[in-house]
Design a protein around this ligand. Structure first.
Ligand code: PEP
Length: 255
């Protein structure tokens, strides 16, 4: 059975006080939902939010991590520090990290391994840009991202990874992928994992869809077996919207 997960990436939004306010609202609402929820607040709010959410079904994670545990890496955050602040998860490979901060597949691999070695699970994001999609290169791009980042990793590390398929052109644009196309890519991702590891590795992997999810469109994704949940940006910044997305997931997956 794959884990069904709802994750909210707040990106560079919300002060500590604003983060606490929405986290309190979510804590109250989500107690009634049997759902694994993960929030990725800004680093400044991570510790206070993790304390505030103690005893709830909502975990917190870091939006980014460096692979070294300590040292002269000005501006970076280590997995040890994240874990101390309460993070149980880390995002690696988000398209904003890849495209704005030039993160490579090789660096993403190091981040994944370091986070898992330090006891955290990873949401590993993959997805194609618009021009790559238009050139018919979607599968090639996703295959490369997965094959480099997961090359040679031990099977037990794989158990600590959740993949998020996030077409770059759908992130923050209001234009989501078609649910059927997303499901087809999820299936393709599973086939890559089977090829790289053992048969069945793909079937065991939780794969989330991300890209302009809203309460209005999420049911179409959540009803599909291939889609094990969502990684939500903009709509996770509003308590009501994020909760409505959670309710849809619980209903569709019969949790
Ligand atoms: C994201 O940043 O991972 C994301 C999916 O953003 P949005 O939901 O705003 O498209």
């Amino acid at each position: 059975m794959r884990d069904i997960i709802l994750a909210g990436n707040w990106k560079m939004h919300k002060t500590i006080e604003e983060s606490k306010e929405i986290a309190l609202c979510l804590k109250e609402k989500f107690t009634e939902l049997p759902l694994n929820v993960i929030l990725f607040p800004p680093f400044t709010a991570l510790y206070s939010i993790s304390e505030l959410l103690k005893g709830s079904n909502i975990s917190v994670g870091g939006q980014n991590v460096y692979f070294e545990e300590k040292g002269a890496f000005t501006g970076e955050i280590s997995p040890v520090m994240l874990k101390e602040a309460g993070a149980k998860y880390v995002i690696a490979g988000h398209s904003e990290r890849r495209n704005i901060f030039n993160e490579t597949d090789e660096l993403i691999k190091k981040k994944i391994c370091s986070a898992v070695e330090n006891g955290m699970d990873v949401i590993f994001c993959v997805g194609e840009k618009l021009e790559e999609r238009e050139a018919g290169r979607t599968e090639e791009v996703i295959s490369k991202e997965i094959r480099i980042a997961l090359d040679g990793i031990p099977r037990e590390v794989l158990d600590h990874i959740i993949i998020a398929y996030e077409p770059v052109w759908a992130i923050g644009t209001g234009v989501a992928a078609s649910p059927d196309e997303a499901a087809a890519i999820h299936k393709f991702i599973r086939s890559i994992l089977d090829d790289m590891f053992v048969r069945g590795a793909g079937a065991n992997m939780s794969i989330l869809y991300g890209g302009s999810i809203k309460p209005e469109n999420f049911i179409e994704f959540a009803i599909l077996d291939e889609i094990d949940g969502g990684l939500v940006g903009g709509a996770s910044l509003k308590c009501e919207d994020f909760y409505d997305i959670g309710k849809i997931l619980v209903e569709c997956k019969k949790l």
